[in-house]
Every structure is written in C-alpha cells, then in structure tokens.
Ligand binder design. Sequence first.
Ligand SMILES: C=CC1=C(C)c2cc3[nH]c(cc4nc(cc5[nH]c(cc1n2)c(C)c5CCC(=O)O)C(CCC(=O)O)=C4C)c(C)c3C=C
Ligand SMILES: [Fe+2]
Ligand SMILES: [Fe+2]
Length: 342
Amino acid sequence: MEAKADIGIVLMNLGSPDSTSVPDVKRYLNEFLMDGRVIDYPYLFRKILVGWIIVPNRAPKSAEAYQSIWWPEGSPLIELTKQLQTALKQRIDVPVEIAMRYGNPTPTAAYDNLLKANPHIKEVILLPLYPHYAMSSYETAVEYAKYWHVKNKYDFKLSIIDPYYKDPAYIDALAESMRPYLESDYDYLLFSYHGVPERHIRKGDITKKHCMQVQNCCNVVSVAHTRCYKHQVTVTSELVAKKLNIPTGKWGISFQSRLGREEWIKPYTAEQFERLPKQGVKKLLVACPAFVSDCLETLEEIAVEGKHQFMESGGEAFTMIPCVNVHPQWVDTVAQFCRERM
Ligand SMILES: C=CC1=C(C)c2cc3[nH]c(cc4nc(cc5[nH]c(cc1n2)c(C)c5CCC(=O)O)C(CCC(=O)O)=C4C)c(C)c3C=C
Ligand SMILES: [Fe+2]
Ligand SMILES: [Fe+2]
C-alpha cells in the first residue's frame, strides 16, 4: 500500500439504466443515443430519430434483455465496476470513486465523494474503463468528465489515463484472464469487439487521408492510429494471440452490436456465428475486450443470443470468456496505471 494524501481516483465506465423498467430504460437510451458522439447526426434530426423512432421501438426489447441479465444487486456493469473499486482500494491507499458516462453515479457525485473523503485533494486521476479510443466510448467519457470538472469549478487538477490497448501490463492481464479457457479443446478464438459506424472511423482520422482510404489501413503505419478504434482493437488482438501462442488462422476479429442501417466496421459478429460452423469451427471461444466489465453486450448478446445462433448454425460448443472484470492481475494493472501518475 502507498499513501499520497492529495490524490483521488475515478474509474469511469459507460453506465446502465437505474432499473429494468421500460421508463428507466427509455431515459437511459435517450441520454445515450442523444449523445452527439454516439449518434452524430444534426441535433434536430437526431432528436426525431432517437425520440420518435429508436427509443420507443427499442426500449421494451432492451428492458427485457436487461431483465434477463440483471443481478439481485443491480446492473452487472455497475456492480462489477464497484467490485473493481473495492479491489483497487485494497491495493492503493487513496480514495477511489466510480462514475458513469450515462446515468448514475455521475462524475459530479464521484468528484464530490472524493472531496468528502479528502477535502485537500489536489489531483484526480481518471481511468476510462475502455482500452481503445473511439469517439463513442473513450472520447465521450473523457469529455463528459472534463465538462463537469470545469463546470463545477473544482480546484483539483484532472489527469486522464490514455487508451491502454497495447500497454504490456494490460495485455498480460487480459491474456492471463483468458488463459484458463484456452486449456479446453477449441477450434477457434473469436475476439468480438463492440462495433462503430465506418463513418466514425473516417471522421476520427486526424490525417483525413488514411483510415479506410489506404489499402489495409490498420496495418500501415500512420499517426491516424492514435484515434483509430479498428487499428487499436487489431493490435490488442494480435498482442494477446502472440502472448498466448495462438497460431495464425486459429483466431479472428469481428464487431458486434450494430444499430441502424449504416455500414459498420466488419466483419459482423452475428455473421461469423453463422459462417464459422460451415467452415469447420465446431468449438468456439469468444472474448470481448472492448469491455472491461461484463455487461448486456457480453452476457446477453454474446453468451445467450450469440450462442444460440452459433449452435443453430451447426456449432457444438460455445464458451464466452468473461471480461477482465476483477481479475487480480487486472486490478494490479489498474493500481500500476494509477501509481505511475502519482
Ligand atoms: C450508435 C449506437 C452505438 C454506438 C456507436 C456504440 C458504441 C460503443 N458502445 C460501447 C459499449 C457499450 N455499449 C452498450 C450498450 C449499448 N450500446 C448502444 C449503442 C451504441 N454503442 C445501445 C443502444 C446500447 C444499450 C443497450 C441496447 O439497447 O442494446 C454497453 C452495455 C451497457 C450495459 O448497461 O450493460 C456497453 C458496455 C463501446 C465500447 C462502443 C464503442 C467502441
Ligand atoms: Fe454500445
Ligand atoms: Fe485504421
């Protein structure tokens, strides 16, 4: 344990509805999808699309999906973030709070709680619980945390941890959390990442001439990769596969959770679940490293829906590997990230 009197830590995740009731899910989806970094259409068009079409249609189905994975204590994503907070507090002797991009607890509640624990805090370290940079995940979380920091005129400095998709300690922790599952007899490991619209990848290209314009763009060196989600998830997968000695051809990448009619980055996970059994993959492992904590997208979309789809398509065994959650090596890594900035 180390003590540093003037530091606080905020672990920031995406958030969940307050409950699985349709009104709470509506409120959550509305806040989420009205975020201009998630659905980046002009405000009026977004308001109509989200308020009149997407939310009314989606909320009852989403509420049902949340009901199927909800824990007695509440949302798995929030509870797992709280468990990470508790585990981190046992490793590092400074106040630790959690905040969510959508819903509760808010960054303001997290900052205020840190100040209650220690009114003399001079610096808050913010760790976004997203290993990769995407406008709709890491960037929106960070901008929201910064917004409330400025708006509330806090005296402390806010320091933000960069995306850690290729950090050796993160790669080791992710690989070690997956290793026990690779001891089983499996044909193929699929890394399924949350998708984003292809347009977001082009929009985020700081050079404006690399992403999805240069052939094989994610494997051609470019400064654009500092913000390219597709490049960053490719690197995470390659490093983990190397660390775990998984031969080329025995693993692959796909993208899940597509919403709307636009083209999203490919290949789509749902299509892979149908295609792989036809290519001889009968025993499948699926890892979801876009998420640090298990959530609706892993527990329902992959472990229930995805499994059903794979088995119906001729698969014989399907295992979803849990996220890093509170794996001891991941907790050590989080503590190391924070200590490096103290
Ligand atoms: C345009 C829509 C969406 C984009 C872009 C998007 C990007 C994105 N999301 C995550 C992480 C999570 N998303 C989760 C749920 C979720 N995502 C969307 C839409 C977009 N996400 C919706 C509408 C929902 C709600 C559930 C549903 O109705 O399907 C979750 C789970 C939250 C939970 O409570 O468990 C996570 C986590 C990332 C990392 C990302 C970009 C890379
Ligand atoms: Fe999402
Ligand atoms: Fe790229």
